[in-house]
Design a protein around this ligand. Structure first.
Ligand code: FUB
Length: 451
């Protein structure tokens, strides 16, 4: 191979397999939204939509999505970006440059992976259709079907593989229809009805599972089965922005009974939320999105994850979004303490760079007594040294409490500049700890790690 081609191949491989170490948001290299997480072959695969900034000529204040990436993780902390799997101009039925590759899903059947996604069909058809791409592996390569699924007009597909042996596809505001065994077409025995739009009549396939339930502007249905119950979970506009809500039934196509909220509105007014729910290694998780890396524009979003719990009667406990997220943080890699579990004494967080939010956050300790708590750090080896990315004009100390173990750490002045300083600590044994850091003077910290 010519040297330029080798160079390009190496670059593409590197770009396609980016390792990300993350709390919330978990995807830190690109915008990501509408996360569908699935467990395949003992790993979590994440199929989000991919928000981008609209190119010239596209509506600037609207969603803009041209392709999909897939990510995977074994510990929910380190995410690998496997690169782009499907792109708008390589799907025969998608209108070129329509930038409408909205919320997807992916399921496995008989060793094949079926990736479902909505997009804008070719000129003249209008609205959204739902298509399928098929692969032999969860990370692709995926081959698109030539036509979208006949009978579905709408967004946000989700496929439920029910214990009755059937697969059901949900979309839009709670529509549901049975799929054929080939996973690419609607089954023939789906109920059909005729709907009217003005003078136009058209046939609608499936049932509206949210009929009569709180569901103003509902979208993003995600259905799953657990302990003999079917859960239809969905975002809808309770007041001004979306909440995540759910309903339960004994049958995949309902009738469903409304049960309540899974997550309340985002506090900062981010209009959408969109989610999925999985059980991984015995723990339930809620994947959702927020606009952490785009605080002034809620059409550029980022995927987050938090733990989810059930009540004994099968109802779901409301999830409060956290910055800490889930998973054990490897203490030998930078621990972003700005993704705290608790904060107090006047400590706060700020973006490093408001022109590039992907630079992340820093923790500001304005003076003595300011603190953060960061739960679940794991030391694989005993450690006597710590590196702190620090900015301060005055030498000082910080107190570290690792579960019950209290350490005083001397910190040098960095003359008001960011520096990685290596400091000695009283030996910390290997193990899992909750960490509390208390400052004794003014300082800013980006991250800390144990050597
Ligand atoms: O990401 C575009 C749209 O926003 C999704 O399809 C909806 O569910 C909402 O999240």
């Amino acid at each position: 191979m010519k040297s330029k081609q080798v160079f390009m191949a190496v670059c593409m491989f590197t770009a396609a397999c980016i390792q990300l170490n993350a709390q919330n948001p978990i995807i830190r290299n690109i915008y990501s939204a509408d996360p569908t997480a699935r467990v395949f072959n003992g790993k979590v695969y994440l199929y989000p939509s991919h928000d981008i900034f609209p190119p010239e000529g596209q509506r600037q204040d609207w969603f803009c999505m041209e392709d999909y990436h897939v990510f995977s993780s074994e510990d929910l902390m380190d995410w690998t970006d496997h690169g782009m799997i499907v792109t708008q101009n390589k799907v025969p039925w998608v209108r070129p440059n329509s930038y409408s590759m909205w919320a997807p899903d992916c399921v496995e059947k008989d060793g094949k992976y079926y990736f479902y996604f909505p997009s804008a069909p070719g000129t003249g058809m209008g609205g959204f259709a739902v298509g399928v791409c098929v692969a032999d592996r969860p990370e692709g390569p995926f081959t698109p079907e030539a036509e979208p699924i006949k009978g579905i007009g709408g967004i946000d597909p989700c496929v439920l593989q029910a214990s009755d042996g059937n697969a059901y596809i949900f979309w839009g505001a709670g529509m549901c229809a049975k799929l054929k065994n080939n996973m690419k077409e609607l089954a023939d025995d789906n109920p059909k009805s005729v709907r009217k739009f003005g003078n136009r009549e058209f046939e609608s396939v499936g049932v509206n599972c949210l009929q009569g339930l709180p569901s103003r502007q509902a979208e993003g249905p995600f259905a799953f089965e657990y302990n003999g119950n079917y859960y239809l979970t969905y975002p809808y506009v309770r007041e001004n922005t979306e909440v995540l809500a759910y309903a339960m039934s004994k049958s995949p196509m309902g009738p469903y009974e409304y049960k309540g909220l899974i997550m309340a509105e985002h506090a900062n007014g981010c209009w959408t939320n969109h989610h999925s729910i999985i059980n991984y290694k015995g723990q339930w998780y809620l994947f959702y999105h927020h606009n952490d890396y785009s605080p002034k524009d809620d059409k550029r979003r980022s995927v987050c994850v938090d733990s989810l719990f059930f009540n004994p009667d099968g109802t779901i406990k409301e999830v409060k979004p956290t910055l800490r997220g889930v998973g054990l943080s490897n203490a030998h890699k930078p621990i972003q303490i700005d993704r705290y579990s608790a904060i107090g004494g006047g400590a706060s967080i700020e973006y490093h760079d408001t022109l590039n939010y992907f630079q992340g956050w820093k923790t500001i300790f304005p003076g003595a007594g300011a603190w953060v708590v960061y739960n679940k750090i794991g030391l694989e080896k005993a450690s006597k040294n710590m590196t702190v990315r620090l900015k301060t004009s005055k030498a000082g100390t910080a107190t570290l409490i690792l579960s019950n173990n209290k350490l005083q750490v001397k910190l040098p002045s960095t003359n008001g500049q960011w520096q990685e300083v290596k400091v000695a600590v009283k030996s910390v044994k290997k193990g899992v700890y909750d960490l509390k850091l208390i400052a004794d003077s003014q300082m800013e910290i980006d991250w800390i790690k144990f050597e």
